[in-house]
Design a protein around this ligand. Structure first.
Ligand code: FES
Ligand code: FES
Length: 155
């Protein structure tokens, strides 16, 4: 049995240690905000925080997360940071099909937590692990820029 913390709650699973964290989140815990894109660590759609670090859950066997603190998009949805990002993505038109957006929001939150006032180059670097097939990235970059301005002192 593997025990860990998921969005602030102590949980456990009997799934095999080789199972992917992505599948566990979606199938056992029904946290379907975390998406599968490539399944190979290339697109960032499956981004989660593991011990506060942005990680691709499709590459993580659950045997490696015993005792870890995992946060998904559902776990940050009540935070002030999420509300600012949500509003900024909306204003900037950063959401089209939406498939990449949970991962983008996680990457945005990770970036702004470390660097509350990133330059455009730093924003592009911060989301470089996340692919979007719809927006051409410019509106997403603008959204993060807006969030940085609004979130002064919060991120
Ligand atoms: S599904 Fe995990 S990085 Fe693409
Ligand atoms: S909004 Fe469609 S993949 Fe990014």
């Amino acid at each position: 049995m593997i025990k860990f913390t998921l969005n602030g709650r102590k949980v456990e699973t009997d799934a095999p240690a080789t199972a992917r964290l992505l599948d566990l989140l979606r199938d056992e815990f029904e946290l379907i905000g975390t998406k599968e894109g490539c399944g190979e660590g290339e697109c960032g759609a499956c981004s989660v925080f593991v011990n506060n670090l942005l990680q691709n859950s499709c590459l993580i066997p659950i045997g490696s997360i015993s005792g870890a603190d995992i946060q998904t998009i559902e776990g940050i949805i009540e935070t002030e940071q999420f509300k600012i990002l949500d509003e900024s993505y909306s204003i900037a038109g950063g959401v089209q099909c939406g498939y990449c957006i949970p991962g983008m929001i996680m990457a945005s939150a990770a970036l702004l937590s470390k660097n509350p006032h990133p330059s455009e180059a730093e924003i592009r670097e911060g989301i470089s692990g996340n692919l979007c097939r719809c927006t051409g990235y410019n509106m997403i970059v603008e959204a993060i820029n807006l969030a940085a301005k609004k979130g002064d002192g919060l991120c």
